[in-house]
Design a protein around this ligand. Structure first.
Ligand code: TNX
Length: 679
């Protein structure tokens, strides 16, 4: 594999094989002399049109012109089926040479990818370097989970997301349609199920069609038998206890009654209606975080278990799974479910989506199930790019566990490390795969953006600064693993390519911050801030402390489904771009102490931090954060002047401690540069 080299071309995700030739094509217009060999399809035609329009946008070159245009030859063996499916051939060849552009693919999904890559290598000056690219994804399932249940995401937001997904070659949109706080599928047989704010059947069908045009599958999830407060608010007879609708976040006790035949009748109707709208082979039925309390408390359920020789609540969930799995199989669907469904009797045809840490993947594989990896791709945790990028879906369990452990010692997460350690309980029952060859295959993975703190307004800023990194992890060869190199391409992607699909994260974030009362004068501070990590925001200080000290977690949280998401923490990018640039300067200094340009730039930034004085009217934690940032500036200046700083680690811990939901972002290299003589 050619190693990624952003200096020549900046493609994201990086292709399987890319060779840059000696010359380049110069476009004189954004018109292309297009010819189709073998077959074409409406999808290809519209992708070619989109390509030409985006080239026009990027270069400013006219589409209507006297110029004959550069030759674009497209050879596609077969148009794909109407709807994309798992395991389609997505490979393509892209050659640019003095004869023009040539794309060759087995089916139209490959042509789409080829055109996307081509868009990425056109420069703003209209130059296309000669390349020979032989590309295919490493994994067939490259998904994004959006949680539209906790907060409704409007159809424009979803449609925009599809366009962005296509640009980084993601191919599955997993819609988490139901949860305790909302049910967003308009079930006509049970009209009380859907929340007041929901999609119409027409909205969802339009989404499926649009996705198919981009080669993206839409996999719906209806979460059961837990996470069902919204169902039981409408149909209380489906639970063994009563529960009202819930706006609260965090796991709930509400649970469907697996002994009630009406429940299966309703679910069958629901599956029929889902199948009418979602053509995909797969349907996700959740299965996560089931609290068996209600089941244990109901005498009728105990009788049922006795009569059916079901030993315990684990067996009862297995019984439920089998019943709903049969309903889906009868409709020709493949079941996907979260890793809590794992147990020896699990149907080997189910696809298991692993989210609970480094070890559930191999439990699923050892069981023979096909698996999806999501554990390390939770975008709602506000982690920086390098964290997600570092976890490979096929890395050994030992490597994954070591990486998880390393996060606990990473200074960027020290404010939540004790809480993160709590998740190591998921390692119980870990299995070492005897042989990967005889195990269930890893189909790929999904980035997950759980929606407790995400609505249509903040979606883009929460999602996009890190999603392309997960997309690359799932598409590109495992050897693409240098996060610093990725950052160069990611920046090009976000600033130059992403705007072609209607995104401008920086402008969006800035406009939102202004609305939240942030003045321009504070931007040098704001740019050094990040929202707190892991579940710090969602749990809030009290619940976080309880989790850390092992006490019972209080149910009260700072947020519920009605809390407006309108604070600085909502509008800030999860990873500070400026902090990353500071880290790059520190990398230069660690490499070459005294490097002049890096010293000058750092000094300028540090001086700026020292002089930050937000007005008294600044929103709540800004004054404290400015003081902390000033402290950081002083440490940097002292270090630049060679003053020994024996207390730096302790001082840094104080500087980066959260103030409310925000913290001063200190990257690992700034931390190292400041503390390396501090022993
Ligand atoms: C656990 S991940 C959940 C979700 C929450 C998420 C974040 C999974 C399968 N279940 O219901 O949104 O944590 O709080």
């Amino acid at each position: 594999m050619a190693r990624p080299d952003s200096s020549a071309v900046s493609v994201l995700p990086w292709p399987r094989q890319l060779d840059v030739g000696g010359g380049s094509l110069q476009l004189l217009s954004s018109r292309f002399e297009t010819s189709y060999e073998q077959t074409s399809s409406p999808r290809i035609n519209s992708a070619v049109e989109r390509f030409a329009t985006e080239v026009a946008q990027l270069t400013g070159l006219p589409q209507v012109t006297e110029d004959a245009g550069v030759t674009l030859r497209i050879s596609c063996e077969a148009a794909g089926a109407d709807y994309p499916a798992l395991d389609e051939d997505e490979s393509y060849w892209l050659v640019v040479d003095d004869a023009g552009i040539y794309i060759d693919a087995a089916c139209d999904r490959g042509v789409l990818h080829g055109l996307t890559t081509l868009t990425q290598i056109v420069s703003t000056a209209g130059v296309i370097p000669y390349v020979a690219i032989d590309d295919a994804p490493r994994f067939a399932w490259r998904g994004l989970l959006l949680d539209v249940a906790r907060h409704f995401l409007d159809t424009q937001a979803l449609s925009r997301t599809l366009q962005g997904m296509a640009l980084c070659k993601l191919n599955v949109l997993h819609l988490h349609l139901s949860d305790d706080q909302g049910f967003r599928f308009p079930c006509t047989s049970y009209p009380k199920l859907a929340s007041a704010t929901t999609y119409s059947a027409a909205d969802l069908s339009a989404l499926v069609e649009e996705a198919a045009f981009f080669g993206i599958r839409v996999v719906p999830e209806i979460d059961m038998p837990g996470h069902v407060s919204s169902w039981l608010a409408a149909y209380p007879q489906w639970g063994s206890q009563a529960s009202g609708e819930s706006r609260r976040f965090g796991p709930h006790e509400a649970c469907l009654d697996p002994t009630n035949e009406d429940v299966y009748t309703a679910i069958g109707c629901l599956f029929d209606e889902l199948a009418d709208i979602f053509p995909d082979e797969c349907l996700h039925l959740g299965g996560d975080e089931v609290n068996p309390k209600w089941w244990s408390e109901a005498p009728a359920i105990a009788e049922f278990m006795d009569a059916n020789q079901i030993a315990d609540v684990v067996g009862l969930q297995a019984y439920f799974n089998q019943r709903v799995g049969d309903l889906l199989a009868a409709r020709g669907k493949t079941v996907v479910a979260w890793d809590e469904v794992l147990q020896p009797s699990l149907n080997p045809d189910w696809i298991v989506q692993c989210w609970r840490g480094a070890t559930t993947r191999d439990r699923a594989r050892a069981n023979g199930n096909r698996t999806l990896v999501s554990a390390h791709y939770y975008l709602d945790l506000n982690y920086p790019v390098d964290v997600h990028y570092g976890f490979d879906p096929l890395a050994s369990q030992t490597d994954l566990v070591a990486r998880e452990d390393a996060l606990l010692d990473d200074p960027r997460f020290s404010h939540v490390a004790a809480g993160m350690r709590w998740a190591s309980q998921w390692r119980q029952g870990a299995i070492q795969l005897a042989s990967a060859a005889n195990s269930g295959p890893v189909l790929g993975g999904e980035a997950c953006l759980w929606g407790e703190l995400v609505d249509s307004e903040v979606l883009d800023v929460r999602l996009w600064s890190r999603l392309p990194a997960v997309a690359e992890r799932l598409w590109s060869p495992a050897e693409c693993e240098d996060p610093d190199e990725l950052h160069g391409r990611l920046e090009h992607y976000l600033t130059q390519l992403h705007p072609l699909r209607g995104f401008d994260l920086q402008a969006r974030s800035r406009a939102q911050l202004h609305k939240a009362g942030v003045e321009d004068a504070w931007l040098p501070l704001i740019d050094m801030l990040e929202p707190v990590k892991w579940y710090g925001r969602l749990l809030g200080e009290v619940a976080l402390q309880a989790r850390i000290s092992g006490e019972r977690i209080p149910q009260a949280r700072p947020y519920d489904a009605d809390t407006p998401l309108t604070t600085i923490a909502d509008y800030l990018a999860p990873e500070s771009h400026l902090a990353r640039q500071v880290d790059a300067l520190c990398a230069a200094l660690l490499d070459e102490p005294g490097a002049e340009r890096a010293m000058t730039e750092l000094e300028k930034l540090a001086t700026g931090w020292i002089s930050l004085h937000p007005a008294a009217a600044a929103p709540a934690p800004l004054a404290e954060l400015a003081a902390a940032c000033g402290e950081l500036g002083r440490l940097v200046i002292e270090r630049l002047q060679g003053v020994p700083a024996p207390q730096t680690k302790a001082q840094l811990a104080e500087i980066t401690a959260p103030r409310g939901e925000l913290m001063v972002a200190v990257g690992p290299l700034l931390h190292r540069w400041l503390t390396e003589s501090d022993d």
